[in-house]
Each structure stands twice: as structure tokens, then as C-alpha cells.
Design a protein around this ligand. Structure first.
Ligand code: ATP
Ligand code: MG
Length: 138
């Protein structure tokens, strides 16, 4: 069993499709073991995405991620990190595979509806960034 950190991004929460995204997650066999609605501050978004701080899109990404509430969640399952990235689809929805969350819902490469940790190490950092032990169902 593995855990990964998922974020349902502002474009999806604002369009009231959190339930539809969650249905795709659950249909894929991943279990939602923690979930909450929050609004990131600029400092929090900058810290969460610090690996991208030298990239040209960093400012726009932080602005976007703080523009409206997000849903953060912990997903659990076999190979959860890789499994979730598979059902999310490619970063750019234009090239994402049919049937993926991003192909189905994303608006653009920035407004791409979901985030998923990119490795088990990232997952540990990202889960503890948002959740304490008592908030995760075991
Ligand atoms: P995420 O980390 O959100 O799961 P990812 O791992 O597919 O997505 P990263 O390379 O980690 O993509 O980029 C983080 C986020 O930054 C992307 O999800 C997207 O919202 C935004 N982003 C990435 N590349 C670009 C780009 N070229 N132009 C604009 N925004 C981008
Ligand atoms: Mg990433």
C-alpha cells in the first residue's frame, strides 16, 4: 500500500466538479483516506511549489493556485503515486490520453484540474505539508 497527495485545483473546484473527479479516482480503485477544502496563501503556494521557483511559469502557477479554494486529499492504493499519475494524464491536457482526468476536465496546461505527487518521497513531503497524522484514516 502506498499513499499520494492529490490536489483538485481551482478550475475544477470552481466548476463544482470535485465529485466527478472523486468518482474517477474511486472508479480507478484508489481510496480517499483524507480530504479537505482550503485556500492557499501566496507563501504556502510558493513553498509547496518551491522545486519550480526558477521556472518561467512559477509566478503564474502561484497566482493561479491562490486564486480560489482547492481540495487537498490523500489517496491510498497499490502503487498509488504512479497509478494516480496515470489516471490524471499528461500535464498538458492537449496531449493527455482519452479517459484521463486532465483530458476530460482540464482547461489548459496551467488550469489542469489536478495535481499528484511525482514520487513516493514527494508524496511524503506533500502529505505532511497539508495533513497531520490524526487527519488521515488508517
Ligand atoms: P502536478 O505537479 O500539478 O501534478 P505535473 O507533475 O504534471 O503536475 P509539473 O512539471 O510538476 O507538472 O508542473 C506543476 C504544475 O505547473 C503543472 O501541473 C501545471 O499546472 C504548471 N505548469 C507546468 N508546466 C507549465 C508550463 N509550461 N506552462 C504553464 N504552466 C505549467
Ligand atoms: Mg509535479
Amino acid at each position: 500500500m502506498e499513499r499520494t497527495l492529490s490536489i483538485i485545483k481551482p478550475d475544477a473546484v470552481s466548476r463544482h466538479i470535485t465529485g466527478k473527479v472523486n468518482a474517477m479516482i474511486e472508479d480507478a480503485g484508489l481510496k480517499i483516506v483524507a480530504q479537505k477544502l482550503i485556500r492557499l496563501t501566496q507563501a504556502q503556494a510558493e513553498e509547496f511549489y518551491e522545486e519550480h521557483k526558477e521556472k518561467a511559469f512559477f509566478g503564474g502557477l502561484v497566482e493561479y493556485m491562490t486564486s480560489a479554494p482547492i481540495v487537498v486529499q490523500v489517496l491510498e492504493g497499490e502503487n498509488a503515486v504512479a497509478e494516480y499519475r496515470k489516471i490524471m494524464g499528461a500535464t498538458n491536457p492537449a496531449v493527455a490520453e482519452e479517459g484521463t482526468i486532465r483530458k476530460t476536465f482540464a482547461l489548459s496546461i496551467t488550469q489542469n484540474s489536478v495535481h499528484g505527487s511525482d514520487s513516493p518521497e514527494s508524496a511524503r513531503r506533500e502529505i505532511s505539508f497539508f495533513f497531520s497524522q490524526i487527519e488521515i484514516v488508517s
